[in-house]
Design a protein around this ligand. Structure first.
Ligand code: URA
Length: 247
């Protein structure tokens, strides 16, 4: 079976999925969209109000900003695949629960395997937590990581800039490097052959943030690409106001 055909099948499976309680509250699930052959796979967090209505990813305000970012970077939205770690909208846009991430993981893992993107771009800390268990997004945004041979770039969630305008420029600058991320040889960052792969970033971590406290990237309970720990865990920070949860 071709990748395209299997991706269509997965879409249908997600449309009727009842693997977790989020199915009960949805209007439509949001499998993701894009061609079967892509260089870039964007992974967000979960559908919001408009996505739940339309069954398409990133069609609300955050999606409009994502469109702007892609345009500014010279990347055609129709040439990338966009999906989320969780395919149904959590109530009141709360963070997906570990069991919801777990239930949905099988779909995202197969989408990744079929798409074989050159670069996975994570949008926000929930998506980042699927691959990386280190640092804070304020330190590692816009950096490339080699996660078991897959190039992963960690970005702020576009919605973060809607709540904190200073991040707008940061996102624009990180997205401006997208084409560079695709063209660089992914093998250059292959981790050393140790029992646990060593994560490498393309820059040294930046200074500790002084302003907005933010939660540490959380890994899923059983992520498929085992997260790699490159530095000691940061101390737990208090749960920030709801609008910061996407950072
Ligand atoms: N935010 C997300 O993380 N995903 C969407 O699809 C829309 C908003």
């Amino acid at each position: 079976m071709t990748a395209e055909k299997r991706l269509q099948e997965i879409r249908k499976e997600i449309e009727v999925c009842h693997a977790c309680p989020l199915a009960k509250g949805r209007d439509r699930s949001v499998p993701g969209e894009g061609p079967a052959r892509v260089d870039i796979l964007f992974i967000g967090e979960a559908p919001g109000f408009h996505e739940n209505r339309q069954g398409k990813p990133f069609v609300g305000q955050a999606g409009q900003f994502l469109d702007e970012l892609l345009k500014a970077a010279g990347v055609d939205r129709s040439q990338v695949f966009i999906t989320n770690v969780v395919k149904c909208r959590p109530p009141n846009n709360r963070d997906p629960l570990p069991e919801e991430l777990q239930a949905c993981q099988v779909y995202l893992d197969e989408q990744i395997a079929l798409l074989q993107p050159k670069v996975i771009v994570t949008l926000g800390r929930i998506s980042m937590g699927k691959f990386i268990n280190m640092g804070r997004i304020s330190s590692i945004h816009g950096k490339t990581h080699n996660v078991n041979g897959q190039k992963v770039v960690t970005m702020y969630h576009p919605a973060a800039a809607l709540h904190q305008p200073a991040l707008r420029q940061t996102l624009i600058e990180d997205f401006a490097r997208l084409k560079k991320f695709i063209s660089t040889d992914a093998q250059a960052e292959t981790p050393a052959p140790t029992p646990k792969p060593v994560l490498k970033t393309d820059q040294e971590p930046g200074p500790k943030p002084s302003s907005v406290p933010e939660p540490q990237a959380k890994p899923q309970e059983t992520p498929s690409a085992e997260p790699v720990k490159a530095e000691p865990a940061q101390p737990e920070t208090p749960k920030p106001p709801e609008q910061l949860s996407l950072f």
